[in-house]
Every structure is written in structure tokens, then in C-alpha cells.
Design a binder for this molecule. Sequence first.
Ligand SMILES: Cc1ncc(COP(=O)(O)O)c(C=O)c1O
Length: 397
Amino acid sequence: MNNKYANRVKGMGDGEIGEFLRLVGRGDIISFAGGIPAEDIFPIEELKSLINQLVMEKGGKLFQYGSTEGSNQLKDFIIDFMQQRMIKTKREELLITTGSQQALDLISKIFLNPGDPVLVEKPAYVGGLGAFKSYQADIRGIELGEDGPDITGLEEELARIAGQGRAVKLIYLVPDFSNPSGIRISLEKRKRILELANRYDFYLIEDTPYSELNYYDQRLPFLKELDLTERVIFLGTFSKFFVPGLRIGWVSANQEIIKILGRAKQSTDLASNSLGQELIARAGKQGLIDQQIERIKPYYRLRLEAMGTALGKYFPNWTSWSQPAGGFFYWVKLPVRIKSRDLLLRAIENKVAFVSGNSFFARAEDGNSFIRLSFSNSSPAEIEEGIKLLGKIIKDY
Ligand SMILES: Cc1ncc(COP(=O)(O)O)c(C=O)c1O
């Protein structure tokens, strides 16, 4: 690339998220690629009637600019929603964002100077990595065990960075059913990580898109609930448990951070979309969101179980995979001789798709022998067929 572009463009990656979204759009392929919710389960009729109600009541105001911080009606719904999940917040501690992806960008914008260290899960959400990279952060991955980050490894990394006279400002975690690993951080580890945040003086980004997609048991307390010292910057989104196309998410953090994020948002998009905010606020008030969360859990659980069964049946016993209890993903480990990007090319030729593991690591080659399979947007029959195909492609590799 010639040097007319800013240095940060080098950190922007090769647009792999865009690639997944395009693969999803191709009708002839069984796609386990996009981490997207299923349209079949969107509450279309209810949304249609809410839109009509809102247009009748509010007329042009519904399509006017809103405030940068976001609609108070929506904030009041979010305050109740979080209260039910044992988190106290108030309007001044909330910023409505254009999805939680925007929150990741704004947080990077206000905290990171080039070269600042950021600690992430290894593997980590590709969009989080993308945001940190585009602000030229020094991204360090912390290995994940079955119950969350390796705490000894985390402490060692913090000590190493402190020993270099530098400070970690941010750690990025998806504590519930992470993307791509499917892992949920244990209560014990949540507490340990918060202790480290206090000891080493950093903020924790708690990104929670899959927290409601808990198919088997009681939820674990959010880091934000356990946080007594305002270390946690909580990110919520309506994308996975309601609808993603309205592009509405939120940040809950201390007032000062929210104020500065608001200033950053102003120069990014002025405000999030008004119709989406009003629609979600009204859906929330009428109980539609709670109802939708209950509706989708058995729907996705069926798909999670179909994929688990199909993997057991069709994948060779020299592959292994996570056992998620929620979220959208299986994370599969292949032998090192199989390169997941080559495998993807063969899979696409055979009309089945996934995401190669490379996307989820700061050093792409660390993901050479992993693949991410999303079960959220395929029927149980497609899951059976697609995993059977993929199992054969892996065996033939
Ligand atoms: C972990 C994680 N964070 C954030 C996002 C972005 O979601 P949103 O639609 O709220 O921008 C995603 C979407 O896949 C995700 O998996």
C-alpha cells in the first residue's frame, strides 16, 4: 500500500467480517460462518404493529435527529433490564451506541495511544481485535482454559508489562459464551480478574452479547455486578437476543467515561438511529423483549444440540471441540497438518462454509488449525447435512 493512507489503516485487517456476511447472503451454501441470529425467529408481526403505533403517535419526530447520549425512554428500559440482572445503573451512566461494535471503537478511541497494551482472550472476537488494531494497540492474548483466561498467565503478562514501565489500560472479555470459543468464565475467575484490575489499575471491558443465550442453567453474576470500584465498562446489545439490524447497543460505565465516550460519539455519528431506539424502548416496555428472550432459548438450544450430535457422528476422532452451554458457536481444533484457510476453500467448493481460526488471533498464524462453526442461522436438518459434508472434507484433506 502506498503511503497516502494513515498508519492505522495497516491495522484494519482484510475485511474478514465483510467476507462472512457476504457468504451468508449466498443462498446455495450451508453457512456456519456468520455469528448472526436467525431471521425465522424475529418477531416480525409485533414489530410491524409497533412501528405503526409509533408513526401514528410521533409522526415526524420519529425520524428526527436524537441526542448523542440516546433516548431517555430507551435508557429507562435498559435501567430496568439491568436491574433485573442485579446491576444498578442510571441515565448519566449510560450511552446508547450503534451496536456494541461502535462501543468497542469509541472505547479504543478515548483510551488508546499507539503502542498501548490491551489484553484480550486468546482466541478473541474478531471485531474487538479490529477495533484495537485500528488504534494501533499492542494486543496481547491470554490463553483460555475451559473456565476462562489462564489467571497465572494473565498475572505474568501484567507483571511483565509493568516491569517495562508501561501500564495496561484495558482488558477485553466476553465472559458468557465467548465468540469464538463458546467459553464462560467461572465465578471464581471473575472475582480474581476484578482483584487484578484493582491491583494493576486497569479497566475491564465486559462485552455481553451472548449472556441472555444461556440454554441450560442459571446465569453467573456479571463482572459489573461484582465490581465495587467502577472498573467495568459494560457493553450490552440488542443484536443477538432481539434484532441486529436496528443497530442498537449500550455502554454502562462511570459518568466520567460516559461523558468522554459521548464526546467521541459526537464526531463519529452524532447519534444512533432514532427509529431503532424508540422501537426497542416500546418493545421493552410492552414485554416483547423478555418474551423474545424466552422464545429464542429453546430454538437455539435445539440447534446447539443438533450440531453437537452431528460433530460426534461425522467428525473424525482426531478433531476436538468445545462444549458450549450457550451462545452461537462451536470452536473446533484440527491437527496442525490441516490449515483452516485451505480447508475453507475446499469447503466453499463443496457449498459449506465456516470461519477459519486465523481471524481470532492477534497473530493470525496462531489460528491455523482452528475453525469456528456457528449453529445459529441453520436448521437442524442443514446442520446435519453441512457437518456431514464438512466431516468428509476433513477426512479427505
Ligand atoms: C463478542 C461480540 N461483541 C460485539 C459484537 C457486535 O455486535 P453489535 O451488533 O452489537 O455491534 C459481536 C457480534 O458478532 C460479538 O460477537
